[in-house]
Design a protein around this ligand. Sequence first.
Ligand SMILES: Nc1nc2c(ncn2[C@@H]2O[C@H](COP(=O)(O)OP(=O)(O)OP(=O)(O)O)[C@@H](O)[C@H]2O)c(=O)[nH]1
Ligand SMILES: [Mg+2]
Length: 313
Amino acid sequence: MHEIVERMKQTDVRALARAITMVENDHPEKLALLSDVFSMKKQAIYVGLTGSPGAGKSSLVNRLLTHIRAEGKTVAVLAVDPTSPFSGGALLGDRVRMNQHFTDDGVYIRSMATRGSLGGLSRATKDSIRICDAYGFDVVIVETVGVGQSELDIMKVVDTTAVVLTPNSGDVLQIFKAGIMEIADLFVINKADLHGVGKLRALLRELVMMSATEEHIIPIVKTITTENKGIDELWEKINEHHDYLYSTNIGKKQREQQLELEVYELIREEIWRDIRVFMEKGADLPAIEADTDPYKLASDLFAKWKKEGGMAT
Ligand SMILES: Nc1nc2c(ncn2[C@@H]2O[C@H](COP(=O)(O)OP(=O)(O)OP(=O)(O)O)[C@@H](O)[C@H]2O)c(=O)[nH]1
Ligand SMILES: [Mg+2]
């Protein structure tokens, strides 16, 4: 067992923080550490919350935290902010919103950042979800802004993704973006105190019916975080979806497919790491000029790297 993982077993929260930093920074021991982490996997529920900036995701997380803690369960929150590489800004605002939870041992809140990690933010977040699971949290919540490719990618590893929309914000257009229906397990109409709820709900309802099967329709939940309304229903729907995944084997299949993709992703990352070391150690990269043929150069370098049998290890 990796020393950090040993310490995580003793619920040393500093070891947990250190482990996440190691994956963010692409520490050379990352894969060994994560393999140990994976063997400690427990039964945490993975929940994703995604939506436009300002839709109320952090406010929802804050209310959910109180709700889940009242059931005696522990929760880790990973806040992903792709707009700031060091994620200082987002967490500052969230610290205000999630204030009372910062002194609670049963809650861990962490802003995800990448400092040049090869796999990027989505890789680091996926690994961190598993770290939080191994540590022993009952629920892991991931908050991401927007629906870019890396957010969609992150959401594929969670069990239940809630897409948060608000009335009259125009962000209903989000759901027509490629990939969103594929990851949405639940729609949340937050700020349901504002005008336009009925219209948004009707639109979502139509959309949801198109993908409905006899045993499953994507639920639509209305919430008003400022009045603590709808949070119990939201948590109930998350649990129902989780039960649906596990009682029907759909979740198992989903996880298997995801794991297969992840293996390839990790291999790609390892190869790229190796090639980078090779280049840095003197691959004799010729000076690039305006008429340099990039195809030839790339294939020459790749052939040379293969011949020399890798450098990183
Ligand atoms: N009227 C109303 N305002 C809300 C509601 N929920 C959140 N807000 C407000 O919306 C603003 C944004 O809330 P956040 O929880 O920070 O939203 P977010 O989606 O986490 O934002 P980013 O992380 O910046 O993308 C805050 O000013 C909240 O007070 C609601 O149910 N009704
Ligand atoms: Mg937020």
